[in-house]
Design a protein around this ligand. Structure first.
Ligand SMILES: Cc1cc2nc3c(=O)[nH]c(=O)nc-3n(C[C@H](O)[C@H](O)[C@H](O)COP(=O)(O)OP(=O)(O)OC[C@H]3O[C@@H](n4cnc5c(N)ncnc54)[C@H](O)[C@@H]3O)c2cc1C
Length: 319
């Protein structure tokens, strides 16, 4: 059995969860076994996971799972894995998944690979690829334990409709009361969260001041992108912390990443270099980011970006 953790937010599943389920199904096909999804906390739409490849859906709707707690979540997933005899457990490589995998590996005595970017290969053992050295290399890890755990980078696979709705089955687990008490939850609304965004417009210290971000937001608006920023920009309070991408921020893998007025330091590249297409706008032709760019514009962002916005608006109006 392959077991995927189907994370939801207030009962709703996001694209990243469907990616994990489709990935799980493909791994299950490779191993000639079934794929099950486990849902923690109440969700009315768990049946839809069957469409993305889950052969079974286990639902543990206890209200103590309504707030995320790494210890209780890990304990529940480990118990489901043991009860179902799962040999591979897959979670998303997001903040929730990252805080689960280590604990889960300890509980299941399993090898874990964090941030896989492709399907495993089973021709010579169970081998999984991931980016290393800030995206400069790819390492292939052979997992030799009986149970294997994978966290999957977002946007590594497209969700596919490969099945039909599956009625969730309930399952009992023994969980201690959570040690963490949630006092308040603040969620960002309005835009696609960065880990799931396919289009990202990101800017750095080159913008110069927080009140000059209008043209960056306008570009994001025109193409329907999520905004991001480099670390110093978030550290100085020009932009909110949840926009900070890179080694110490959010790691992303969008289809299109605009890097505007960002130098391209290794710590920044660590979180964005897997983007499918990178467009760099920088006035310094020697800026390191150009080495990672698919398209580069050498110019002042206050000249280039407004012209780009006008051209994109005209293009949209005429197409
Ligand atoms: C342990 C550690 C972890 C780190 N983690 C991260 C991380 O996760 N994410 C991250 O981003 N950084 C991280 N950093 C910081 C990183 O090393 C860089 O300092 C940071 O990325 C630089 O941000 P920046 O490119 O916005 O600013 P700068 O380095 O100041 O670059 C600004 C760029 O804008 C260009 N520019 C200026 N004016 C214009 C203009 N008018 N038009 C066009 N271009 C212009 C300049 O040519 C320059 O290339 C980390 C550092 C450390 C030590």
């Amino acid at each position: 059995m392959v077991l995927v953790f189907a994370h939801h937010s207030d009962g709703k599943f996001k694209k990243a969860t469907f990616e994990v389920v489709t990935y799980g199904k493909k791994v299950a096909q490779m191993l000639s076994c079934d794929c099950a999804a486990v849902v923690l906390g109440s969700s009315d739409s768990a049946a839809v996971l069957g469409q993305y490849g889950a052969d079974k859906v286990y639902s543990i709707s206890d209200s103590q799972f309504d707030n995320f707690d790494s210890q209780t979540y890990t304990s529940a997933i480990a118990q489901v894995a043991e009860k179902t005899g799962a040999k591979v457990v897959i979670v998303g490589h997001n903040s929730t998944g990252k805080s689960i995998v280590g604990r889960l590996a300890a509980k299941l005595d399993a090898a874990v690979i964090g941030g896989a970017k492709a399907l495993p290969s089973a021709t010579d053992g169970f081998v999984v690829e991931k980016n290393v050295f800030s995206g400069k290399g790819i390492a292939c890890y052979k997992l030799n334990t009986d149970v294997k755990i994978i966290s999957l980078m977002g946007n590594s696979i497209q969700p596919e409709i490969i099945g039909a709705d599956v009625s969730p089955e309930s399952m009992d687990v023994n969980i201690d009361a959570p040690l963490v008490k949630v006092i308040e939850r603040k969620t960002v609304s309005g835009t696609v969260p960065l880990p799931e965004a396919e289009l990202v417009v990101s800017a750095g210290r080159g913008v110069g001041a927080p009140d000059k971000w209008g043209i960056i937001e306008e570009l994001a608006d025109v193409i329907g992108a999520t905004t991001a920023c480099s670390r110093p920009v978030a550290d100085t309070g020009w932009r909110p912390h949840h926009e900070h991408v890179g080694q110490t921020g959010v790691a992303i893998r969008p289809n299109l990443y605009f890097a505007i007025g960002i130098s391209g330091a290794i710590q920044h590249l660590a979180g964005v270099s897997s983007s499918k297409v990178i467009v760099v706008i920088n006035k310094d032709p020697e800026a390191p980011f150009f080495k990672n760019a698919d398209y580069g514009v050498v110019g002042d962002l206050f000249d280039v970006v407004p012209r780009l916005n006008t051209a994109l608006k005209e293009f949209k109006a005429n197409s």
